[in-house]
Design a protein around this ligand. Structure first.
Ligand SMILES: NC(=O)c1ccc[n+]([C@@H]2O[C@H](COP(=O)([O-])OP(=O)(O)OC[C@H]3O[C@@H](n4cnc5c(N)ncnc54)[C@H](OP(=O)(O)O)[C@@H]3O)[C@@H](O)[C@H]2O)c1
Length: 313
């Protein structure tokens, strides 16, 4: 990586993993083409161009999962990795182990198959970072049972197939319950630490106190905080309720007062928090990478944040 890139997105230690990550991570869910969630399809060539551009620049930390687009996200990333002859030096790739999409099997053997599928699609022999994905779709008791999902992911770690293990998902209390088991080096929360929802704060505190790395995903709530409430009136992939739309408009008006783009505030709400190691942003066009870095660097005065907090309900 060029020195200039390091200056653009200076890396920081990712918890106690020994890995250094940029403050922004490319979320590769929409790159698999998910019209139900994002309201548009993404042709393969556009996705490949975006992935190529990410690997070539400073925003070369990629987040995917076994399940995004039924594996299409990993397949598209894998195409580029094969073109490049491997993951480029300095880039970081992470994926997540999912239950079976058809049978909903969330067992230990399924976790092993899920990771094997990911390696095959991505064209890599190991995953530097892998997550137990969306444990809310199983039962806690099943996932932590002897020989179950958590045990098997730890086996894969001992075998060297996974470097560091994390847990990624929705409900904050559940994520904390998994972290309490010990052995998780990272946690990924989504849509719950944004301009519109701060409910992940206890998780951020819990992880910080224990040196666990934190990824905050979906700073735009899936798109509304970057495309605007008129163009995309959805939050967390569902129609946003009227009071939420009103709050976005209120925040947008405050942004206007300070001459700040709404998405700069949305992105920096996450990146400015010292408890968060990297913020995972979904995007599907190569030019978005530079736009995202501009939004990350847009000057925002402290007074704006104080005003924002003072209007928080
Ligand atoms: N359970 C989990 O583990 C979990 C859950 C949710 C998310 N995640 C991860 O976090 C990532 C981020 O979440 P997300 O993708 O759902 O939501 P997001 O990052 O809040 O928003 C993604 C949307 O923002 C748009 N966008 C980004 N930059 C833009 C720009 N400069 N101008 C206009 N539009 C812009 C993208 O549109 P374009 O397509 O037009 O670029 C896309 O529609 C996911 O991709 C995934 O990797 C993980």
């Amino acid at each position: 990586m060029a020195d200039q890139d390091r200056e653009t997105l200076p890396r920081r230690p990712f918890g106690q993993t020994g890995i250094e990550v940029p403050p922004l991570c490319l979320g590769c869910a929409p790159l698999s083409s998910l019209p139900q969630a994002f309201n548009y399809a993404v042709p393969e060539e556009r996705a490949l161009e975006t992935i190529r551009a990410a690997f070539a620049g400073p925003l070369n930390y990629l987040d995917t999962s076994n399940s995004y687009g039924g594996g299409e996200s990993e397949r598209r990333i894998g195409k580029v990795i094969r073109e490049l002859g491997g993951v480029p030096a300095g880039a970081i790739l992470q994926s997540k182990a999912d239950r079976d999409p058809t049978t909903k099997d969330f067992s230990g053997p399924r976790m092993r198959r899920s990771i094997e599928e990911s390696l095959e699609r991505l064209g890599v022999e190991r995953l530097e970072i892998a997550f137990l994905h969306d444990p809310e779709y199983g039962t806690y008791e099943e996932l932590v049972a002897p020989g179950g999902a958590v045990d098997t992911l730890r086996d894969l770690q001992r075998e060297g197939i996974i470097g560091h293990l994390g847990v990624a998902g929705g409900p904050i209390d559940l994520l904390i319950r998994f972290l309490e088991l010990g052995g998780f080096a990272a946690v990924l929360t989504h849509n719950r630490f944004t301009l519109l929802d701060r409910s992940a704060a206890p998780l951020l505190d819990y992880a910080t106190a224990r040196g666990i790395a934190v990824l905050n995903a979906a700073p735009y709530g899936g798109g509304m905080l970057v495309k605007g409430p008129d163009a995309f009136p959805k939050y967390m992939y569902k129609d946003a309720p009227p009071e939420m739309l009103a709050r976005v408009r209120e925040i947008a008006a405050l942004c206007d007062e300070y001459g700040i783009p709404l998405p700069a505030a949305a992105l920096q709400f996450s990146t400015r928090d010292p408890r968060i190691h990297s913020t995972v942003v979904g995007l599907t066009r190569p030019e978005r990478l530079a736009q995202t870095i501009d939004l990350y660097q847009h000057p925002i005065p402290d007074e704006f944040w104080a005003r924002l907090d003072s209007t928080e309900g």
